[in-house]
Design a protein around this ligand. Sequence first.
Ligand code: UD1
Length: 374
Amino acid sequence: MHILHVVGARPNFMKAAPVLSALQRQGVRQTLVHTGQHYDAIMSDVIFRELAIPVPDVNLGVGSGTHAEQTAQVMVGIERCLGERRPDALVVYGDVNSTVAATLAAAKLGIPVAHVEAGLRSGDRTMPEELNRLVTDRLATWLFTPSADGDRNLLAEGVDPQSIWCVGNVMIDTLMRLLPIADSAPLLHDLGIPRPQRYALVTLHRPSNVDDDTTLVRVMDALESIAADVPVVFPVHPRTRRRIASRPSAPVGLTLTEPLSYLQFLALQRDAAVVITDSGGIQEETTFLGVPCLTLRSNTERPVTVTLGTNQLVGGDMARLRALVREVLDGRPKRGVVPPLWDGRAAMRIADLLTGGQCTARSESDCSTSLQPA
Ligand code: UD1
């Protein structure tokens, strides 16, 4: 069996790493294609090294562009690759433009697609990721969901239950593997926030938060006022940096950094008093770590982080954001539990299912519940 994996943007890399390694252990022939959607060293190469992902066999170098440009360029490149390499299956991850583009190209060539992190829905079609999820899931043959809400969403859309497999969360596989070696001390020392001082950690990159000037000003004002109570560490995504740089005045009291490596950011998350974010993956990682997460969105495609985990949706309500940060600092954070099957073995289940073998990684109880087709 020959499997071709496509990755393109930062959040794909931590999802692909454990799947590549689980399939390698089973002796499967694999080809790794990087579309080049993310290309800065810190957004890509450094994370590849930390996660020990093999150097990609192909890099399409598509870079940035409008959604249509990026999607079209990935489609053209992947179609060529699939024609040359003729894999038996394509594996795609998450919901970025590279994911949907590769899926479209493969489906048209009749190559079956496995979607890792299938079934997530925010219900918000203004988000490009939601459109990417809908199209990818419609075309994929194997739908590997991270949590039972994913199964329910797919069933409600009429997907064949035999295609849906609740395998757990591959991001958590990577987190569990690398958490023991993640150390926040050197970075915090460099930032002038040595332990045990508490701090808030912020990430923002959604177009809905950073592309509109009025919204960005309100969010930055709220963060500045929070920084009066607790140090605020803010690694700034390239998209967001451009937007902040165009503001008339520099942010006051915030510790802005370049994007961090995976290990640096993981360590900072684990040790943060509270995380403020609009990322999807960070809602999951904080739930696993038991760190309170305040999400600057009015919906989430990861509702299990709210129902079971530490996540709370704040939307655009900055007064509520400040109040919830205050609750955390006063010792009243939201507590949660780790969702089922977020146990470090999701990629092993995927590898077992793709190779048609038994799910040797699953436990007795998993076997009789989630690891049946939905
Ligand atoms: C993409 C994903 C988003 C994911 C995010 C993680 C889509 C639709 N969006 O958003 O789901 O959460 O990645 O980061 O696929 N840029 C650089 N260097 C890079 C990459 C990007 O400077 O290595 C800049 C470019 O100016 C680019 C902008 O960031 O125009 C946005 O990059 P893009 O890949 O279009 O989307 P993201 O906002 O990163």
